[in-house]
Design a protein. Structure first.
Length: 108
């Protein structure tokens, strides 16, 4: 199982990092992809993390699922055409899609 987690500026740190941590502890391969174009992503509470990949570097076909954290950054995820295309790809490919807090609004 391989999960792609989309992080952008303003992601909610607890929602994003706790989920990634739990999945990795369960031996699930998770790649944090920076949507912002910079490998470093600042969360809603000014915690800066280093993503594993930049969004445009990932090969979507290798992932079984998608994870979208909530937080103020959800607005920029909703407005990002590439993110919407990725969500659509996962949906049409019958792959797992997970979203927490405000992020399910992206699925609409």
């Amino acid at each position: 199982m391989k999960i792609l987690a989309l992080f952008t500026e303003g992601f909610e740190e607890t929602e994003g990092l706790a989920v990634v941590d739990l999945l990795r502890r369960a031996q699930i391969d998770v790649a944090i992809a920076s949507v912002s174009g910079d490998i470093f992503v600042k969360g809603a509470h000014n915690i800066i993390i280093r993503a594993d990949i930049l969004l445009h570097d990932g090969d979507l076909s290798e992932y079984n699922g998608l994870f979208l954290p909530g937080g103020p950054g959800v607005k920029s995820l909703e407005e990002n055409k590439k993110v919407i295309d990725i969500v659509r790809f996962f949906y049409e490919s019958d792959k797992y899609i997970t979203a927490i807090c405000a992020a399910p609004s992206i699925l609409h």
